[in-house]
Ligand binder design. Structure first.
Ligand SMILES: NC(=O)c1ccc[n+]([C@@H]2O[C@H](COP(=O)([O-])OP(=O)(O)OC[C@H]3O[C@@H](n4cnc5c(N)ncnc54)[C@H](OP(=O)(O)O)[C@@H]3O)[C@@H](O)[C@H]2O)c1
Length: 277
């Protein structure tokens, strides 16, 4: 059964849930643009079956895969070899079968996010950045942000995960846990990045308003056909500069495509198309 499903495509996205993913549409556009045969499907994986199913897919036709929430850590453990950025992140969003011998794990979330923040002019060297969340995506982006010389504060529901991230990344730059009461009263963040995967109730007891200014940029790694809950809240508190994560999605996909095929597809017109849908 799985073999016949597998015969029709050679690249895939594995996650749970993946129902509304725009990745197949993006990869179809890359395939059209580059004329490379690249048939990409989104596949929902039961939460307890990641490694057995991925092994089966790679034994068959699959040449490469993207991995999304909540499997990036499992993909990191599954890969036989790792790129430098995936090794440091301990999180994998891209797998590639090499010479039918082994599976390489990479992470393109960091370069994807940074490319979009640069496109939007949302980030500068030394920006002060508040990151909400400490999951696989945040692990994937931290090295890129810290490498730019930014100071990073992490705020996550589960404090232990924030502590672990700070310990994991402190050798790469200035990273701290966000502690509301210890923030300087006259300091505001240049950029806030949301990496929380669920729609939660954002309010000012969560993050005090004095930590934002009219110059603060707000970036939600999530995206939706209308504003995300986070961006709705940002507008309510007076944000002037907001963006969802469509651009990041397209850029991280483009860098996965580069890993698989050696060509970096053009992205601008695809971001425009998807932003309008
Ligand atoms: N645009 C893009 O290209 C792109 C790329 C990657 C990811 N993303 C998006 O980024 C989001 C995060 O992905 P991920 O891979 O990091 O997911 P993940 O590993 O499952 O992490 C989820 C994060 O959300 C937090 N969270 C979940 N439910 C919460 C709740 N009810 N209240 C407060 N916090 C909650 C978790 O906190 P705890 O640690 O306390 O559980 C954790 O920090 C996803 O929505 C994903 O679609 C977008």
């Amino acid at each position: 059964m799985r073999k016949s499903q597998n015969e029709n495509f050679n690249y895939a996205l594995f996650g749970n849930p993946i129902d509304h993913s725009k990745s197949p549409q993006i990869h179809n556009l890359f395939s059209e643009q580059t004329k490379i045969l690249h048939i990409y499907k989104a596949i929902n994986i039961p939460l307890d079956q990641f490694s057995s199913l991925i092994s089966d897919f790679f034994k068959n036709n699959i040449q490469g895969a993207n991995i999304t929430s909540p499997f990036k850590k499992e993909a990191y453990l599954f890969a036989d070899k790792l790129s430098e950025r995936a090794r440091i992140a301990k999180s994998v969003n891209t797998l590639k079968k090499i010479n039918n011998k082994y599976i390489l794990g990479d992470n393109t979330d960091g370069i994807g996010l940074l490319s979009d923040l640069n496109r939007l002019k949302f980030i500068k060297k030394n920006s002060s950045v508040l990151i909400l969340g400490a999951g696989g995506a945040v692990q994937g982006i931290l090295l890129s942000i810290l490498s730019l010389g930014c100071s990073v504060y992490i705020l996550n529901r589960t404090t232990l995960k924030s502590i672990n991230l700070v310990n994991q990344f402190k050798q790469y730059g200035n990273i701290k846990i966000f502690e509301k009461d210890n923030m300087m009263k006259n300091k505001s963040f240049d950029l806030v990045i949301n990496g929380i995967s669920r729609n939660i109730q954002y309010n000012t007891s969560f993050i005090p308003l004095h930590l934002f200014s009219s110059h603060t940029f707000f970036y939600d790694m999530n995206y939706s056909f209308k504003n995300t809950t986070f961006l709705d809240w940002c507008i309510k508190i007076g944000a002037n500069h907001i963006s969802d994560g469509i651009g990041m999605l397209v850029f991280q996909a483009a860098y996965s495509f580069l890993e698989w095929h050696g060509i970096l597809p053009k992205t601008d017109y695809i971001i425009d198309v998807l932003s309008k849908n």
